[in-house]
Design a protein around this ligand. Sequence first.
Ligand SMILES: NC(=O)c1ccc[n+]([C@@H]2O[C@H](COP(=O)([O-])OP(=O)(O)OC[C@H]3O[C@@H](n4cnc5c(N)ncnc54)[C@H](O)[C@@H]3O)[C@@H](O)[C@H]2O)c1
Length: 257
Amino acid sequence: MAEYEHTPVSVADKRAVVVGGTSGIGQAIALGFASEGADVVATSRSEEKVAETSDALEARGAETTRVTCDVTDPASLAEVRDAAVEAFGGIDIVVASQGAISRETVVGIDDDEWDFVTDVALDGVRRVTQAFAPALDEGGSIVNISSLAARLSMANLPAYAAAKGGVEAFTRAAAKELAPDVRVNAIAPGFVITPQNAETYAEGTEKRERIDERAILGRVAERDEIVGAAVYLASDASSYVTGEVITVDGGFADSAF
Ligand SMILES: NC(=O)c1ccc[n+]([C@@H]2O[C@H](COP(=O)([O-])OP(=O)(O)OC[C@H]3O[C@@H](n4cnc5c(N)ncnc54)[C@H](O)[C@@H]3O)[C@@H](O)[C@H]2O)c1
């Protein structure tokens, strides 16, 4: 029989930074990586949330370092990078999970609101890549969090949809430039329950019923259901995957009726 060498789907002993990692999907990914044996920096603008999540990372056995960042400020991303390199001796994985949204209409949205969303959701992804790519070791992986809004028509989300479409295009562009040392991929989650949207997606609401009806799996996602895709893309098991967007939506986008 031919030789077969198995690459585990594992981030054990890898060193990760999760931007937007103190809430929602990013926090689940940070805690998931720590549970799988990685060392993790979870960062956002809030010192209190960084401290709270860092305690939880340490409780799972991860090394960490406590540092805040604002993705609209390149200098603060450089500080996170330097702090992670100092704490871990290098970085293997970067996840960009920061979020900003506006529910203004196409006609109604003004420059300030458009710029607020794209500055965090799209330019933020670019700044994260620019800050961390030079510091990533060979075999490095960048994972950007996109959304179904990048490819499905959704009302009242023009800036968010444009930003996420941009994130997916930027992911492919960065994959090409940073190959072969660093792979760049994205995850497009469907509808995921987080503390911020628990009310919007609460059982019995019209929105929840419409999602449950359309998704092939018949329900919204819990945030830990996004973690497996992040572990896969961050691990060596995806060593031949780059410039790709993995949809994790319970079959929502591909469902006809
Ligand atoms: N929840 C969903 O249903 C869903 C679906 C598809 C895509 N997404 C995407 O997943 C990602 C995470 O969203 P979430 O639902 O977990 O939201 P969330 O609000 O719980 O998390 C967003 C994180 O980004 C941080 N953040 C916001 N602005 C920042 C800034 N300027 N600098 C640094 N950090 C900043 C917040 O502090 C928070 O930690 C976002 O990119 C979002 O667009 C979410």
